[in-house]
Write a protein that binds this ligand. Structure first.
Ligand code: NAD
Length: 354
């Protein structure tokens, strides 16, 4: 029996392929803009400069100051640069940090966004903006935050370091995992998530050995698009909550935190909804969704334990307390004892069920 569902439609225009960065100017003009500000991190400034050169008269300048977790102080500087440049849109080239800065400018100025993602983090298809001020991370959602156009250029991902390739892929798979049991799931997102998990399972082992393999890079970036769409169009639960707790309160690195937690959060919820997580178990093998993800993580050299990223065992009580403070939808009830057990296993790096 087909479950009843609502499919909200997808509003962001997507351009996918190799060399597609060359189409950024046409895409900005298509949205009605004649001046754009190019955004990047300091690390990707050379790519931003090449992009601006290609944009010619359309480029009103470059702001290459994006940093992780979208600090409001950096956004204020970028908004001033945006206003001074006379631009009416931003072109954000980079990972989630650069996309976040573009969203923060858009929500304050009404700027349109053309996003060129270069990791698999998946911010580009979402209406979510996380910002930090005075050491606190807050998250908001608004239609003004969702980018108008996303250009996926496989060539820009060839330079993604292997370690970030692996953890960023696990970050993307986490969006798919939670989409399978989201209360507002629908068949379109489910199809995308099935295809994405199969794509990552197939291409990540290739990319570890051959990071410049364009065919495998293409599959990974396609998977990232599917997972970003899931993140942007259905509700996330325990996994994203826990990643937010560690990133927000313990300042752990974004992609690694997702990568480490994923097998454990999957195993936790698999107890309640094994049927809904069967696509993950099928994609990764290992007899269970959580176990299969742990085996995959180990085989591709993804970090497996919270202690590897500087979390002390004595931090776990506080993390568990923050995680259970506010209620949110999750397929398995969230209580202090079981969450603390999940965190203990994730801290030790023990295979779920072992
Ligand atoms: P990132 O954007 O911080 O990138 C990490 C580093 O890798 C940066 O120095 C970047 O310049 C570099 N890099 C990126 N792509 C590269 C490439 N192809 N080649 C070489 N270097 C490259 O990391 P991320 O994991 O993509 O993003 C993390 C941030 O995104 C966090 O702040 C997170 O909260 C946010 N995020 C937000 C959402 C959302 O929907 N709001 C979703 C996912 C992530």
């Amino acid at each position: 029996m087909m479950e009843s569902f609502v499919f909200p439609g997808l509003t962001t225009r997507v351009v996918f392929g190799r060399g597609t960065t060359a189409r950024a100017g046409d895409e900005a003009r298509r949205l009605g803009h004649s001046k754009v500000l190019v955004l990047s991190t300091p690390h990707q400034k050379a790519d931003a400069e090449r992009l601006a050169e290609g944009l010619g008269d359309l480029a009103a300048g470059i702001f290459a100051g994006a940093v992780m977790h979208t600090p409001v102080a950096v956004t204020e500087e970028a908004v001033a640069a945006f206003r001074a440049s006379g631009a009416t849109a931003v072109v954000s080239l980079g990972g989630g940090s650069t996309t976040g800065l573009g969203k923060a400018i858009a929500v304050r100025t009404g700027a349109d966004q053309v996003v060129i993602p270069t990791t698999y983090a998946g911010s580009e298809m979402t209406d979510i903006l996380g910002e930090t001020a005075d050491g606190e991370k807050t998250t908001r959602r608004s239609p003004d935050i969702r980018p108008e156009t996303v250009i996926y250029d496989v060539d820009l991902t060839l330079s993604l370091p292997v370690k970030l390739t692996v953890t960023s892929a696990m970050n993307a798979i986490a969006h798919a995992m939670e989409a399978f049991y989201a209360p507002d799931r629908n068949p379109v997102i489910e199809l995308m998530c099935r295809d994405a998990t199969a794509a990552f399972h197939a291409c990540i082992p290739t990319l570890i050995k051959d990071p410049m393999n364009a065919a495998a890079r293409g599959r990974a970036l396609y998977g990232a698009w599917c997972c970003s769409t899931a993140l942007g169009y259905v509700q996330m639960a325990l996994h994203h909550k826990l990643a937010h707790v560690f990133g927000g309160s313990f300042d752990t690195p974004h992609a690694e935190t997702h990568a480490i937690l994923l097998p454990y959060t999957t195993a936790f919820n698999e107890v309640a909804v094994p049927d809904l997580l069967a696509p993950i178990a099928e994609a990764f093998g290992g007899g269970s969704a959580g176990g299969g993800l742990w085996d995959f993580a180990q085989s591709v050299g993804s970090p497996l334990s919270l202690k590897e990223i500087g979390i002390a065992e004595s931090d776990l009580d506080r993390a568990a307390a923050i995680a259970v403070k506010n209620a949110y939808a999750n397929p398995r009830p969230i209580e202090a004892t079981s969450i603390r057990e999940l965190l203990q296993a994730a801290w030790e790096g023990r295979r779920p069920g072992a």
